[in-house]
Design a protein around this ligand. Structure first.
Ligand code: GLC
Length: 669
């Protein structure tokens, strides 16, 4: 039976029930018509399936806890995001889940946002590419995804009401762009609208965003689901083409019924919504026959480790203090409770019950023993007890060691859903611990477990090494140990700028808004677009990350050197590993409009390639650029537009470490 005939068989009540969730995690089924109920569950960095207990309480089933999105994007490796998607899809199949509620692609407008650990980047191109790969991985196994939170949900503070006041160019070029890339490259089964308002209109009622842009312009062919409790006026949301209000709430059914009786919503609006919704419901249902009944948890753990290995970012390595040098280090001090009890993820709806956890301490001890290095562990004085015993022990251990590795970070309550950070510094007791330990041993390395940028200014000059470990999931302990001991060279690069202080951030004077609006005054100047255009110093620039080896860039070629706006342009270059160990390098391509008549950022990321090179190995890599690399959103013509003129191509190891440059002339009317 085709969907139109099926819908024609339904009573009005049945139709309206279908558009109103059944409970927290299921949609309504209609047995007499063979309409199945489907199951959704959170992600995005692991399956969080909630099951109801006898006593009515909910518990979360165990699943693989992968590195969170901010770690995943620090790999700059979409193939890894695809593999994570495949694994999560297998776990969804085994636990009878049809759609995973992820990925989150909201732009990191402020480093304070509590859910930055769940989001990819401050750059829309990188965020969109990583999200598309994750979605393609999940959906390759006939499990659905929910691209979220659409749109401009860039803070947790007052997220249910605040209106993100965003100008057209910033909305199009920054905040919608990751959704556009992901919808066009991976066709997510669903998109989840956000709680907040966008220029005064709730995400759940925003017809321009949900219908005109998402569907008609980008070709989205799935259904829109609300964030949980994000629907305020169910009739308005239906007219805006939001198909499914979650979770179940009786008032939504009543509101639809009343609106229909008052002629405010039509049969056509109801039936077309049902057709879009049921297309996905049956796609999910028909895929159930291909489900695996169980998954290989060890294999998934290894994938989680692979991602963690490529996400770990070496920010500072003075005197090449890393990797640990067994000819210099006979006694290694490991200090900090995060070594024994790592923080592997942030808090909130994304929190996963991991199948197991590798701790850095156990893995470091294992590798150190093989190197004949003695390890002494001391819980840092930053533990809440602040006991004098802890202080003395940690400092004594530090003093007596050849090298110290401190494990610090943001505890779960600091980075999580429904609240933002109030500072981007580490907790005072942790900062104090770093200062005290580094005073007793200059050979101190700090490993940070956190989900977003940290202001390290008050202590970074006192330590020789800094490694950003992200929230690296359940296998992060073995990954960080192998990086610290040089089993692998670090290859992560930060996908968000680390500012010198919060006051330097472009959103500082308008975040979190006045309780009614959050005014995105900085416009398109978000992240490195701001710092690089206005030459503001930062602690670490977007795209920064060191290796244990070095790379040489050469032979830049841009063809053709004069092009029409619709031509494909090829940019190629050679990259050589000129060091002594194997390493991976992410080569970044930025574009600058040299003679724009409108405000444009000094550079914008428009390509990246990660390459693996043995010592002495040289490879040629190339980028294919289309009009998206040069266009901006013109409010004059309300469309993407390319100006004729000269453009600079910048090839960098980070947004500020530019190694090669070239130009290309674009002719456009
Ligand atoms: C939450 C989150 C969303 C999540 C949903 C279901 O409020 O904003 O990301 O998928 O509700 O838990």
């Amino acid at each position: 039976m085709d969907l139109k005939s099926l819908i024609a068989e339904m009573t009005l009540d049945e139709k309206l029930q279908l558009l109103t969730g059944k409970n927290n995690w299921e949609t309504v089924g209609i047995e007499r018509l063979g309409v199945p109920s489907i199951v959704v569950s959170d992600g995005p960095h692991g399956l969080r399936k909630m099951v109801r207990e006898e006593d009515g309480s909910y518990k979360t089933l165990k699943s693989t806890c992968f590195p969170t999105a901010s770690a995943m994007s620090a790999t700059w490796n979409p193939e890894l995001a695809y593999q994570v998607g495949e694994c999560i899809a297998e776990e969804c199949q085994a636990e009878n889940v049809d759609i995973i509620l992820g990925p989150g692609v909201n732009i990191k407008r402020t480093p304070l946002c509590g859910r930055n650990f769940e989001y990819f980047s401050e750059d829309p191109y990188l965020a969109g590419e990583m999200a598309a790969a994750y979605i393609n991985g999940v959906q390759s196994k006939d499990v659905g995804t929910s691209l979220k939170h659409y749109a401009a949900n860039n803070q947790e503070y007052d997220r249910h009401h605040i209106s993100s006041e965003v100008d057209t160019r910033a909305l199009r070029e920054i905040y919608l762009k990751p959704f556009e890339i992901a919808v066009k490259k991976s066709k997510p089964w669903t998109v989840m609208c956000s709680y907040n308002r966008i220029n005064g209109v709730y995400g759940s009622e925003h017809k321009v965003l949900l219908d005109d842009i998402l569907r008609k312009e980008w070709g989205f062919d799935g259904f829109v689901v609300s964030d949980w409790g994000a629907v305020w006026d169910r009739a308005k949301s239906l007219k805006a083409t939001l198909e499914l209000a979650m979770p179940y709430d009786e008032k939504h059914f009543g509101a639809l019924k009343k609106a229909y009786e008052e002629g405010k919503i039509t049969d056509e609006e109801i039936d077309s919504a049902l057709e879009r919704f049921l297309t996905i419901v049956f796609r999910a249902y028909n895929a159930r026959s291909k489900r695996v009944k169980e998954y290989d948890a060890d294999k998934h753990h290894e994938v989680a480790k692979k991602v963690a290995l490529e996400s770990i970012t070496l920010l500072k390595n003075e005197d090449n203090i890393l990797p640990v040098n067994k000819s210099k280090v006979k006694k290694l001090a490991i200090i900090g409770e995060f070594a024994a009890m790592p923080i592997i993820q942030g808090g909130g709806s994304a929190h996963v019950q991991s199948t197991k956890v590798d701790t850095p301490l156990e893995k470091i001890k294992h590798l150190a023993q093989k190197e004949g290095i003695e390890v002494e562990y001391a819980i840092s004085m930053s533990v809440p007890s602040h006991s004098q015993y802890n202080q003395n022990t940690a400092l004594t251990v530090a003093e007596n060691a050849d090298q110290v590795i401190m494990f610090v970070g943001n505890r779960n309550h600091v980075e999580g859903e429904s609240h933002d950070r109030t500072s981007i510094r580490l907790a005072p007791d942790i900062e104090n611990a770093i200062l005290q330990v580094s005073r007793r041993n200059p050979n101190t390395v700090v490993v940070i477990q956190a989900g977003s940028a940290i202001d390290m200014s008050c202590w970074i000059g006192k330590v020789k090494g800094v490694v950003f470990d992200w929230y690296s999931g359940q296998a992060g302990g073995s990954a960080i140990a192998e990086i610290l001991f040089g089993v692998h060279s670090p290859s992560g690069k930060i996908a968000e700028t680390f500012p010198l202080c919060l006051e330097d951030t472009p959103s500082y004077d308008t975040y979190p808004g006045d309780g009614i609006v959050s005014w995105y005054k900085e416009g398109i100047m978000v992240g490195y677009r701001y710092y690089d255009t206005f030459e503001k110093p930062v602690l670490f620039p977007f795209g920064h990350g060191l290796s244990y080896t070095q790379f040489e860039y050469s032979d830049l070629k841009i063809t053709p050197d004069v092009a029409n706006e619709n031509d494909e342009i090829t940019v190629s270059l050679s990259i050589k590993n000129i060091g002594h160990v194997q390493g991976k390098e992410t080569v970044q391509l930025y574009v600058r409009d040299m003679c724009s008549h409108v405000l444009r950022p000094y550079k914008e990321l428009k390509g990246f390639v990660k390459v693996d090179l043995e010592p002495g190995e040289k490879k040629e890599i190339s980028f294919k650029l289309n009009r998206d690399a040069f266009a901006y959103y013109s409010t004059a013509v309300d469309d993407w537009h390319i100006e004729g003129g000269l453009y600079k191509i910048l090839i960098g190891a980070s947004s500020q470490d530019i190694r090669l440059t070239g130009t290309i002339k674009i002719s456009a009317e």
